[in-house]
Design a protein around this ligand. Structure first.
Ligand SMILES: Nc1ncnc2c1ncn2[C@@H]1O[C@H](COP(=O)(O)OP(=O)(O)OP(=O)(O)O)[C@@H](O)[C@H]1O
Length: 732
């Protein structure tokens, strides 16, 4: 039943029964009828169709819907339809002859055509993960070898370790490129520990840092620190330390004052200490390691990395530089080439055959930039099955929910990561799923789960959370066998989360490199894993963009994803009248998807506060959508978004009036050109919006703004890497 502007419409009844326009006292009758209809639905257990708002259709699809409605009504009794524009313009003096138009849209009506995916099948680049060589074949300290064997429980080297460790032990600068989950962390940690423990003069803690390791995120800093700590068990005089945003700055200062020999840090936090802590010295630095180097060297960190390199170069002329990443492109190598001294480029893949390098030898020079570098192809773990599904915007939310239920409720031992584009989207979906999927009416009580199913567990991780919560979530998800982690790209790189079986990308990433890193959270070190990318029909072209980087994805049909809903009693469609239960055909699936969508919409519309919260999430989605890089704008353009349909994927029954795409873009543009009068406020706001999620969060001013705008979202993906002036110094 829709109540629009005094008009009562029983959407499920044939239009002929549609009521007439009411105004004045008859409106009371209308509301009585509304109550009667509502009682009727409740008695029958049917789901009343969602209410529709009567206003100007803001998008072609809605106009079509309205035209469709007009056509539908034309031949029927009594219902004259007029364009709502007139109604809203002349609501006060409405001519009784004019009747408000009525919109009905449901999940499965007025959706854009889902195109056939004719994707080119490309030969993916693959690497052999393991070598046949053992760590004891290397010239390492016996205690180090026994630690690797017994504490880390490893015996044979991976290909990248086999190629990198000897070269790094010779003291060479190196560019190390190897697929996600291939053991790059140990590829640099082992040579660092081996060389420091072998120093003639035993290292003193008070000497300060001999090795500096920069990583893009706090969680990766923690993870790398944990690995170094394990390797240093036999060499207790060498002290590791980690600096990361969100931790207590005072205790970090104290540790720095006592001395840290292997320093692992996020760039932002190290800069913070360089500027404020007098007792941080780089005179003894022998190693500078940049893990996820292409991320560290992109614009998001440019300022911080320049400050760090200037500080290190000011005190230390000779050092070994090592850059590592699964997506180390020629662009970064070119940059590194300027700053590294005769570097060795180590790449496990033999690109020409897309197979691992049969000779297993390191390529000993940085190749001159080749044409087409920009279309770098990256190695994909062999055990990774990649999928894509085309889903109209209106159905995006129910499709994601159905997929989560399918994998993480109706199957066992599934552990899933779902990537969203902003913190706000993570928060929105996290709370929505907790309130609906976990506590939906009829959800089986604990212990009543149907056999073979798993209790759903949701976690979330993003850059706007307090550090101790971020750390707790990271540890919990690392150690859990199942569960669903909703996160932003703060978890896209480097994190080694065991047993992750599925990666879902709710929005496409801002670059092929980020795509590779996101899916690389599964299928690590030879394991199997799967990924699913959700695209709108208008975004289907992205599949070809992936193919141009030798990335193959196979299609998963939305209907197959939604069909799981027929297995869940919570979303059993109500029977209309006394119809016999049907097999789960398309109609049954549609009904149950509608029940699930109604569950979401009812929750969102259960209070004004929830509605405004959903609107903010929608705004954050649109703002992030507007930041896709130029080369992807032909695929992801805000103008191709159907706002009313996108609103539905936030549980909103209608597109918020004041949220036209241009309005959001204008607001963002204003933020870019701060009004001189409100410079301070918008400057901070701009910093907040553009701030990378990887910053320490200790930047002056932003931290306070961050506290006030708990849900402001961080900068979206950063543009490609660019040259750092400070790299020019620091020759070996
Ligand atoms: N020689 C080895 N034998 C067995 N397991 C290993 C070996 N080396 C590393 N691993 C394990 O492989 C997993 C991935 O290692 P690591 O995180 O270093 O990969 P990575 O290449 O850095 O990945 P990413 O590109 O995502 O950062 C870790 O769990 C690590 O303990």
């Amino acid at each position: 039943m829709a109540v629009t502007d005094g008009v009562l419409l029983h959407l499920s009844d044939p239009p002929a029964a549609a009521s007439r326009t009411f105004s004045g006292p008859r409106r009371t009758r209308a509301s009585q009828q509304a109550q009667a209809t509502k009682r009727k639905y409740q008695a029958s257990g049917k789901v009343p169709p969602a209410k529709r708002r009567n206003d100007t259709p803001s998008h072609p699809a809605e106009k079509t819907a309205e035209k469709e409605m007009q056509r539908t009504f034309k031949g029927k009794k009594a219902q004259k339809v007029f364009s709502p524009k007139k109604s809203s313009a002349s609501a006060a003096g409405r001519n009784p002859e004019q009747k408000p138009s009525i919109k009905t849209s449901s999940l499965f009506k007025n959706n854009p055509e889902i195109p056939e995916l004719h994707r080119p099948v490309v030969q993916q680049v693959q690497e052999k993960v393991f070598s046949s060589d053992a760590f004891h074949d290397l010239d390492l300290h016996p205690h180090l070898i026994s630690t690797i064997n017994t504490v880390l429980n490893m015996s044979s080297m991976t290909s990248v370790q086999k190629q990198s460790i000897p070269v790094l032990l010779e003291g060479r600068d190196a560019l190390v490129r190897s697929q996600t989950g291939s053991g790059k962390t140990l590829a640099y940690c082992i040579p660092v520990v081996q060389s420091l423990q072998a120093m003639k003069t035993k290292i003193q803690r008070s000497d300060g840092p001999y090795a500096l390791v920069l990583v893009p995120t706090r969680e990766l800093a923690l993870q790398s620190f944990d690995t170094v700590q394990k390797l240093l068990k036999p060499f207790t005089w060498i002290v590791p330390g980690v600096l990361m945003g969100g931790e207590k700055r005072k205790s970090e200062k104290a540790r720095l004052r006592k001395g840290i020999n292997i320093l692992i840090s996020t760039p932002g936090r190290l800069v913070d200490h360089i500027k404020s802590t007098k007792n941080i010295h780089f005179g003894r630095i022998q190693w500078l390691i940049l893990d996820e180097a292409d991320r560290i060297l992109d614009l998001g960190f440019e300022k911080d990395v320049t400050v760090i390199l200037n500080a290190v170069n000011a005190e230390c002329q000779r050092r070994q530089n090592v850059l590592l990443s699964a997506t180390l492109t020629e662009g970064v190598a070119r940059l590194a080439d300027i700053s590294l001294h005769n570097p060795v480029s180590i790449s496990v893949v033999d690109e020409s055959h897309g197979q691992s390098n049969p000779k297993g030898k390191a390529v000993l020079e940085v190749s001159a930039p080749q044409a087409g570098d920009e279309l770098d192809s990256f190695a994909i773990p062999e055990g990774l099955d990649q999928h894509v599904t085309l889903v109209p915007s209106k159905l995006r939310l129910v499709s994601l929910a159905a997929f989560i239920l399918q994998k993480c409720k109706f199957e066992t031992d599934q552990k899933m990561i779902v990537f969203f584009s902003t913190c706000e989207l993570v928060e929105f979906h996290y709370k929505l799923f907790l309130q609906t999927l976990l506590s939906s009416p009829g959800a089986p009580a604990a212990g009543q789960l149907p056999s073979g199913s798993t209790r759903l567990k949701f976690l979330r991780l993003h850059g706007n959370m307090e550090q101790e919560e971020r750390t707790a979530v990271f540890q919990e998800f690392s150690h859990s066998k199942t569960g669903v982690l909703l996160c932003t790209d703060v978890a896209a790189r480097g994190l080694d989360l065991p047993q992750v079986t599925w990666i879902v990308q709710y929005s496409a990433p801002s670059s092929p490199a980020e795509y590779i890193h996101r899916i690389g959270r599964t299928a690590r070190i030879g394991c199997h894993g799967s990924s699913l990318l959700i695209l709108a029909p208008s975004e289907a072209e992205y599949v070809n963009s992936l193919a141009s980087h030798k990335i193959n994805v196979s299609e998963m049909k939305m209907e197959d994803i939604l069909s799981v809903l027929t297995r869940d009693a919570c979303f059993k469609g109500r029977r209309w009248g006394h119809q016999k239960p049907r097999a789960a055909g398309p109609q049954e699936i549609r009904e149950q998807a509608t029940v699930l969508q109604t569950l979401f919409e009812d929750y969102v519309h259960s209070s004004e506060r929830q509605v405004s919260w959903a609107k903010k999430a929608l705004q954050s989605f649109i703002r992030a959508y507007a930041t896709y890089p130029r080369e992807l704008k032909h695929i992801f353009h805000v103008r191709s978004l159907h706002l009313g349909h996108v609103a539905k994927s936030f549980g909103l029954r209608d597109a918020p009036k004041n949220l036209s795409v241009s309005a959001v873009k204008k607001r963002k543009a204003n933020l870019k050109r701060p009004d001189p009068h409100k410079k301070t406020q918008s400057k901070h706001r701009l910093a907040e919006i553009l701030r990378s999620e990887y910053s320490s969060g200790m930047e002056a001013g932003v931290a306070k703004v961050k506290k006030q705008n708990k849900h402001s979202e961080p900068g979206a993906g950063q543009p490609a890497a660019r040259q750092h002036p400070a790299w020019a110094v620091g020759k070996k």
